[in-house]
Design a binder for this molecule. Structure first.
Ligand code: IPE
Ligand code: IPE
Ligand code: MG
Length: 224
């Protein structure tokens, strides 16, 4: 059976869920946060050490300001209310993406990372203002600037995911079969699961079904 170190998730479908059931995209984002909590718990139960959640892409700035503000308020409140508890649960929070938000959110993110940095049970990588293409460009820039050797091993050290193993599983909810600029380098050999359900409707049972299926896949990594 395949071991699982790292699950990455593109949490898509909040807006459509919100419109369908509450006539509000933002209500979908709020409901999506509940799914995040469920999935964190289930990840710990499954003894998985890394969980990467795509929460806001570099392209999501194209959305209406009102929706963007709602999303970041949701995140800010979540961290204010829950960071102590996450810390007590031995969870480490890491942000991947560029921290170019309001002063107060930037401060809160840095505080949360610092507070939880020695925790060992689970590392949650929250992808915020994250885009894989800019991450790759920045990695090249930094290698060139430092006049370092360009090879796969060294290149990996210049990514925002340095010290994080590549995802074993990538899940995208929301009935959409694309990657939307997420971890393009890191998912070279991930097993990909596209889920029909919208993120707020995704639950522990769906997650465990994927985990069970993954465990039985024959992973070749180019071999036979
Ligand atoms: C959540 O889903 C992803 C975020 C960018 C927060 P969406 O907001 O993209 O939901 P849909 O795809 O419009 O339904
Ligand atoms: C991907 O979802 C980004 C996140 C889940 C944060 P999007 O809804 O932004 O993706 P596209 O625009 O449909 O490709
Ligand atoms: Mg979407």
């Amino acid at each position: 059976m395949n071991p699982i170190n790292h699950v990455a998730i593109i949490m898509d479908g909040n807006g459509r869920w919100g419109m369908k059931y509450k006539n509000s995209r933002n209500a979908g984002h709020k409901a999506g946060l509940k799914t995040v909590e469920k999935i964190i718990k289930e990840t710990i139960k499954n003894n998985i050490k890394f969980l990467t959640l795509y929460a806001f892409s570099t392209e999501n700035w194209k959305r209406p300001k009102k929706e963007i503000n709602y999303l970041f308020n949701l995140l800010e409140n979540f961290l204010i209310n829950r960071i102590d508890e996450l810390d007590k649960q031995n969870i480490k929070l890491k942000i991947i993406g560029n921290k170019q938000f309001s002063k107060s959110l930037n401060k809160l993110l840095i505080y949360s990372e610092k507070k939880t940095k020695n925790n060992k049970k689970l590392q949650i990588n929250l992808a915020l203002n994250y885009g894989s293409k800019i991450e790759l460009v920045n990695a090249f820039k930094s290698i060139i600037k430092n006049k370092e050797v360009i090879n796969i091993k060294n290149f990996t050290k210049h990514l925002q995911t340095k010290n994080i193993p590549d995802p074993d599983i990538l899940i995208r909810t929301g009935d959409t079969n694309r990657l939307s600029n997420f971890l393009l380098w890191q998912i070279a050999y991930s097993e990909i699961f596209f889920e029909k359900k919208l993120w707020p409707a995704f639950n522990e049972k769906d997650y465990n079904k994927i985990i069970k299926k993954f465990k039985r896949i024959k992973r070749n990594f180019g071999g036979i």
